[in-house]
Design a protein around this ligand. Structure first.
Ligand SMILES: NC(=O)C1=CN([C@@H]2O[C@H](COP(=O)(O)OP(=O)(O)OC[C@H]3O[C@@H](n4cnc5c(N)ncnc54)[C@H](OP(=O)(O)O)[C@@H]3O)[C@@H](O)[C@H]2O)C=CC1
Ligand SMILES: O=C(O)[C@@H]1CCC=N1
Length: 274
């Protein structure tokens, strides 16, 4: 392969559900890919408007042509049936990017060919608004040029980071791939606690949503570590301290989060076994 920079060119997206839809909408809106073709029996809501507006093309089966980039965004459990038709879309220069939790580069290469350049990427759903983060692993046939191209495509969804070991993608999955769900749960439980303490459900949810969103934005924009931002809220012997004594006490959030991340990592490893 030459050193000439490559552009994403024609992109085939297999699976236009929550994650595929979030990425493709970002690419279509930002013009990050030359042309995007989505294969999905029934694309999700995020994509339908882009397809109707002509920003993406769509079919229910894999077209009989080769693509520059193939993005695999179907459930890991459907890979075994979804991958065989993709083989015809993959040529010697095609880059395959898989966002599937647990599906290994070996499994993908078994279906698509040993020489194929495979990048495993783990984005998250804030990609929908360009505010995700993606962790990547480069398989053995991935050149620097391919890596750069994958990174430029994925960076439409937010920052891109790389891990050196394939197994670490399972940890990325457990932290940032699944992570938005933990944060939404935090908002849900904060609202429920506010309601239990006497607020109306609507007011409790408004306070919780804006608190999580504002704290998240402050964390992104501030140069201070989250621990410093936390201490800035915490007056000595004040209300926050009273709450944090519970959340940071024995059996509090830290051991609970550790168990949750371990469980997600374990599940990713199980998925890789099929
Ligand atoms: N959701 C998330 O936050 C994240 C998900 N991922 C990964 O992304 C992948 C997709 O997850 P998610 O988007 O949540 O799942 P979804 O179920 O929302 O999307 C998958 C889509 O693929 C479609 N599909 C099923 N079989 C085929 C096929 N053979 N060819 C083409 N399309 C097909 C499904 O259609 P139908 O519903 O009709 O079966 C569905 O629309 C998973 O591997 C997951 O691990 C990674 C990071 C984050
Ligand atoms: O729950 C899942 O398996 C996928 C992977 C990361 C987020 N959603």
């Amino acid at each position: 392969m030459s050193d000439k920079p490559r552009t994403a060119g024609r992109v085939l997206l297999l699976g236009g559900g929550n994650m595929g839809g979030a990425m493709a909408r970002g690419w279509a809106e930002q013009g990050s890919a030359g042309a995007i073709h989505v294969v999905d029996p029934q694309p999700g809501e995020a994509l339908r408007a882009s397809i109707e507006a002509g920003r993406l093309t769509h079919s229910t089966a894999v077209p009989d042509e080769r693509f520059d980039v193939v993005v695999l965004a179907v459930k890991p459990q459907t890979m075994a049936t979804a991958l065989p038709p993709v083989r015809a879309a993959v040529g010697p220069q095609t880059i395959v990017i898989s966002v599937a939790a647990g599906t290994t580069t070996k499994t993908i290469a078994d279906h698509l060919g040993d020489g194929v350049a495979i990048v495993r990427a783990m984005p998250n759903t804030p990609a929908l608004i360009g505010r995700g983060i993606t962790g990547c692993f480069a398989g053995e046939n991935v050149s620097q040029q391919v890596r750069d191209l994958a990174e430029s495509l994925l960076s439409a969804c937010g920052p891109v980071v790389w891990v050196a070991k394939e197994a670490d993608i399972d940890v990325v999955t457990a932290v940032s791939g699944s992570g938005p769900a933990y944060v939404f749960l935090l908002a849900e439980t904060l609202a429920a606690a506010g309601e239990a303490a006497g607020l109306t459900p609507e007011l409790a949810m408004t306070l919780a949503r804006h608190t999580v969103a504002g704290a998240g934005e402050l964390m992104v924009r501030s140069e201070d570590a989250p621990a410093v931002l936390r201490r800035n809220v915490t007056s000595p012997n004040g209300t926050t301290q009273a709450a944090l004594d519970v959340l940071m006490g024995e059996g509090g959030l830290a051991p609970l989060m550790r168990r949750a991340v371990e469980a997600a990592k374990r599940r990713a490893a199980e998925l890789s076994e099929g």
